[in-house]
Each structure stands twice: as C-alpha cells, then as structure tokens.
Design a protein around this ligand. Sequence first.
Ligand SMILES: *Cc1c(COP(=O)(O)O)cnc(C)c1O
Length: 231
Amino acid sequence: MADTELLARRLQCIREELQSASGGRYPAPKLIAVTKTHPAEEILPLHGLGISEIGENRVQEIMEKRAGLERKFQIHLIGRLQSNKVKYIIEDVCLIHSLDRLSLAAEIDRQAHRAGRIMPVLVQVSPAGEEQKGGMPPEEVIPFLEKVREMDGLSVRGLMAVMPLSQDEAYLNGLFADMRSLFERVRDTALDGISMEELSMGMSGDYKLAAKNGATMVRIGSALLGQRNYR
Ligand SMILES: *Cc1c(COP(=O)(O)O)cnc(C)c1O
C-alpha cells in the first residue's frame, strides 16, 4: 500500500471531489474506506488521517483482521453474505450493506437476538438487473421491507447498490438517479419501523456520479489504497 503522505493526498483529493460533485444539491457523502485485501498493519495508518469507518467484503477476512485493527475502526460488511456466516460477525460490524433476501434477514434477526443487539442493515438493490452480483430488483424493495419490518433484531437504515462495470457515463448516471428516486420513494412511503437515511452507492470508478446523485455513503477502495489482489 501507498505511504502515508500519498494516502493523505489521495484522500484530500477524493474529499474535494465528493464535495464539489454533490455541491449545492446534497451534502457530501461519507467515505467508507474499502480495505479488503489489505492487512491490518496497512489499515491502521488510515486512522491518523481521520478515517474511522472501513468496508470489508468477506467474513473470513474480518475474522482474521479484527484483532490487528485494535478496535480503531467501525467495520461495514459490504459484500455478499452467506446466512451461515452471520454468527461470526454479528458483534463486529456496524452496518451490513448487503441484505438482499428474506432468509438472510431471518438469520440476522436470530443472531442479533442471541448477541443482544439490534443490527443496522441496508437493503441491496440491483438497479441494472444483475442479480447474480447480489441485490433485489427495485420493485421488490417495498414488499420486502413490509416483511422485514416485523423483525426486531434488525433495523433497516437505507439502501445500497453496486453499479455494473461500464464506461458509459450517461448510462451510469441514469442508474444512480434511479437509485436516488427509489430511495426517496421508499422514504416517502414512511413504512413503520423502517428508516431511510442512508444510500450507499459509488466506488472508485464512479463515486463522483454517485455523489452528484445524492449518495450518503461511498465505498472507495482502489482509488485510495491502490490495487492489491488476493493471493
Ligand atoms: C471492493 C468493493 C468496493 C470498492 O471497490 P473499488 O473499486 O476498489 O473502490 C465497493 N463496494 C463493494 C461491494 C466492493 O466489494
């Protein structure tokens, strides 16, 4: 990973871009630093740069790294989650971004009760119909929420999306705008027991478009930390 000075410069640049992209219409989104593939000793210096929230996409990796992170960060689980692994991270993560099916909701509910906490979650949506990457079709969100709101071990806080890989800015911009409208529509529906405060969208390749369309959280890995592959 890059040295601290380079990290500080990248971070400054990303923050300025987020600020100006969202400028006027929306507040700048919160930055979640995606630290998957990076070992704990490389993540620790981020704390000194003002980053307190990190994103990880694998349960196994969180379990391996958590001791080394010295409780300095809040961990967001951003990747696909298998129901049978919920129990391993229920006490370690501050927000699960990838709730996309009822069976997973039921298991989060069950494990949260066991752990004596209420687990904050986002519902993952697939705006481009790429459900193999996780996420439900937009039209299923409200019926899903109507079932999930009965579960008192979890607390829905908003929506999350992963956009398709595409260089077509107009296409991506349209998908981000669709997500923002869905988010506002669900919020205005005001379902009892469901809050719609967070819209998690935007990664290294598209965070400016996401900010422009009212993301409240962006998840940025490689643009901040550089590329690193799993061994
Ligand atoms: C890896 C990952 C990111 C960050 O990706 P970058 O392109 O490196 O910024 C964001 N969200 C999810 C779900 C990811 O798995």
